[in-house]
Design a protein around this ligand. Structure first.
Ligand SMILES: Nc1ncnc2c1ncn2[C@@H]1O[C@H](COP(=O)(O)OP(=O)(O)OP(=O)(O)O)[C@@H](O)[C@H]1O
Length: 497
C-alpha cells in the first residue's frame, strides 16, 4: 500500500467545511494583496482558484497554510485552535509550490530526508525513500526518476513530479494546496496527477488548485473562486460556469481560446529588414536554422533535446553558427534569471546597457523610462521601483521576458518562458513576439504547451535528442506535433547525446 493510499482520512465528514477564512486582509507596503477575503474548503472537494498575475492567489494560499499571518480577519480550522505554520502542518496541510522547492545541489533522496525531519537514522531514511518511490510509481507510472540524481540535474517536469509526490507522502494529509502544479508537466503526467487528486478527494482530502489553465480548472474542480485585485469576486459551482465567464470575472477582455488563436498579423510592422540566417547547426540529421524575422518553435515531449539546443545556441561553440548577441529567457527563474537584490527596473534594463550607455555611463532617467515602458506594456504589477522579489511569480516571469526584448539582441531564445503567466498577458506576449519578428528579430521558442506553437512560423519536433520533423504554417497543429513526438524512434547520433 502506498502512502497515497494510506494517507487520506475523512476528517471531518466528506463535504463538511475543513477550513474557513473570513475577512482576510494583507498589505505589503501600499499593496493590498488581500482585501476582506471570505473562502472555505470542504473535505473531499477540489476548489479552483483563478485570477490574473498579482491577484493575491499565492498570498491567500500562504495564509491558509499558516505561513503568512494576515493583518485582519481569521482562519478557522474544523478542529479549532490557533492557526500558524506549526498547527497547519500538524493538521496535515501541505503546499505544492509553483516555484520548485527542491534544493538543486542535493539528490532527490537527500531532499526527501531534509523534508522529513522525523526520518532520522538510516532505517527511517530508507523508509521515506521507499514511500516516495512507491508514490511516484503509483501516480506517475512511467516517471523514470532516479532518486540518487541531483535534483538540479533533473528536467523541470521530473522535478515537479517529485514535488507533487513529496506532498502526497504527507502522512496525515487533510488539505493539499497546489500552486500551478501542471505548468511544466506533460499531458500524460497532468492526467495522471489529476487521477491521483481524485483518489485523494474520494478519501476526504480537501484541495485548492491554483492554475492559469482554465480548461483544467473547469475539468477537475468542484467549485471555483475567482480573485481580482486582492478580492474574491465570485465563487461558483464549476458546472455552472464557463471559460468566458471566468475570464470576465478575472477582469479585462480576454480571448477565451488561446489555443486556436491564429497568428497575429502585425498591421504596423517595423518595416523592411534584410533577411539573413541568424543561427544554424548541422548537428542533427535534419538541419536546424532560424532567419531574421522568424519565430521558430521547438516542440515534442519535454526533455527530448529542446533545452539542450537552446543552451547550445546560447553558449555558441563548435558546430553552431550563431549571431554574436542573443538574449535568453529561462523557464526556471529561481536558479537562473532573476537578480534578487535588484529592482524591477534594474532587472529589465541589465541587458539593455549597450543602448542606454554613453561612454559606459548609464543614465538613470533613461533606465527608468525604458523600464517604465516595459512595465506598462506587460502590466507588471508592482511597478518598476519595486524589488523584484516583491513581485508575484507571474510578474517576475514577465520581467525576464521584458529584459530579453528590451535588449537589442537579434536572436531571442525562450525556454518555456510563459510558465505562470496569466492568460491575458500571454495573449499580449504572443502579439509582442509577432511585432518583434516583423521588425527583424529572430525568436527560438521552446514551449511545453503544444497549442502555443500555432504562433510560430516553423516548428521543429524533437524526440530522443533528435529533430524528427519540421512543420510549417497550417501544418502546425497540436495533433501533428503529438503524432510526430510519438513517431518511430529516430536514428540517434553521437553528436546529439
Ligand atoms: N513579500 C512581498 N512583498 C511585497 N509585495 C508582495 C509580496 N508578496 C506578494 N506581494 C504583492 O502582493 C500582490 C499579490 O501577490 P500574489 O503572489 O499573491 O499574486 P498571485 O495571484 O499569486 O500572482 P501569480 O499568478 O503571478 O502567482 C502582488 O501585487 C505582489 O506584488
Amino acid at each position: 500500500m502506498t502512502m497515497l493510499q494510506q494517507t487520506a482520512r475523512p476528517v471531518p465528514a466528506h463535504g463538511k467545511t475543513l477550513v474557513k477564512a473570513t475577512g482576510l486582509s494583507k498589505r505589503y507596503g501600499s499593496t493590498h494583496a488581500l482585501s476582506g477575503v471570505d473562502v472555505s474548503v470542504a473535505a473531499g472537494e477540489i476548489l479552483g482558484l483563478v485570477g490574473h498575475n498579482g491577484a493575491g492567489k499565492s498570498t491567500l494560499m500562504r495564509a491558509l497554510a499558516g505561513r503568512e499571518a494576515a493583518d485582519a480577519g481569521q482562519i478557522d480550522w474544523h478542529g479549532g485552535g490557533p492557526w500558524n505554520q506549526r498547527t497547519a502542518e500538524r493538521n496535515g496541510v501541505r503546499m505544492v509550490y509553483q516555484e520548485l522547492a527542491l534544493c538543486p545541489d542535493l539528490t532527490i533522496s537527500e531532499n526527501i530526508a531534509l523534508s522529513s525531519p522525523t526520518a532520522t537514522g538510516l532505517r527511517w531514511r530508507a523508509r521515506a525513500e521507499r514511500v516516495l518511490v512507491e508514490t511516484l510509481d503509483h501516480v506517475f507510472p512511467d516517471h523514470g526518476i532516479n532518486i540518487m540524481r541531483l535534483a538540479g540535474d533533473l528536467p523541470m517536469p521530473q522535478r515537479q513530479m517529485v514535488e507533487i509526490a513529496r506532498a502526497l507522502c504527507t502522512p496525515n494529509l487533510t488539505l493539499l494546496i497546489l500552486d500551478e502544479p501542471t505548468e511544466s508537466l506533460s499531458l500524460d503526467a497532468t492526467r495522471q496527477m489529476y487521477r491521483a487528486l481524485r483518489e485523494l478527494a474520494a478519501r476526504g482530502v480537501g484541495m485548492v488548485l491554483i492554475s492559469h489553465r482554465m480548461q483544467e480548472v473547469l475539468e477537475h474542480t468542484d467549485r471555483i473562486a475567482v480573485m481580482r485585485d486582492g478580492r474574491v469576486v465570485e465563487i461558483v459551482e464549476t458546472g455552472d460556469t464557463s471559460e468566458e465567464r471566468l475570464l470576465v470575472a478575472m477582469g479585462g477582455e480576454v480571448r477565451a481560446d488561446t489555443a486556436t488563436m491564429h497568428r497575429i498579423e502585425d498591421a504596423d510592422s517595423g518595416g523592411a529588414f534584410t533577411r539573413r540566417e541568424v543561427a544554424a547547426t548541422q548537428a542533427f540529421e535534419l538541419p536546424f536554422s532560424v532567419a531574421s524575422g522568424e519565430i521558430v518553435g521547438l516542440a515534442g515531449l519535454a526533455g527530448h533535446g529542446q533545452e539542450r539546443l537552446l543552451h547550445r545556441l546560447w553558449s555558441g561553440g563548435r558546430g553552431i553558427a550563431v549571431a554574436a548577441r542573443r538574449a535568453y529567457v529561462p523557464g526556471d527563474r529561481q536558479s537562473s534569471g532573476v537578480f534578487p537584490l535588484w529592482s524591477v527596473a534594474e532587472n529589465v534594463t541589465i541587458s539593455a546597457t549597450r543602448e542606454l550607455s554613453t561612454f559606459g555611463v548609464i543614465s538613470a532617467a533613461e533606465r527608468k523610462s525604458v523600464a517604465e515602458d516595459w512595465v506598462q506594456r506587460l502590466h507588471v504589477k508592482g511597478g518598476s521601483r519595486a524589488s523584484i522579489t516583491a513581485l508575484s511569480g507571474g510578474n517576475q516571469q514577465k520581467v525576464l521576458v521584458a529584459r530579453a526584448f528590451a535588449s537589442d539582441a537579434p536572436l531571442v531564445l525562450l525556454d518555456d518562458p510563459f510558465r505562470g503567466v496569466d492568460v491575458k498577458t500571454k495573449n499580449e506576449l504572443y502579439a509582442l513576439m509577432r511585432v518583434e519578428a516583423s521588425r527583424g528579430r529572430s525568436i527560438v521558442w521552446y514551449s511545453t504547451e503544444n497549442g502555443e506553437m500555432a504562433h510560430c512560423d516553423r516548428v521543429y519536433v524533437f524526440r530522443s535528442g533528435a529533430i524528427v520533423s519540421e512543420i510549417t504554417d497550417t501544418e502546425i497543429t497540436e495533433e501533428r506535433i503529438i503524432a510526430d513526438s510519438f513517431g518511430a524512434d529516430p536514428r540517434s547520433s553521437e553528436e546529439q547525446r
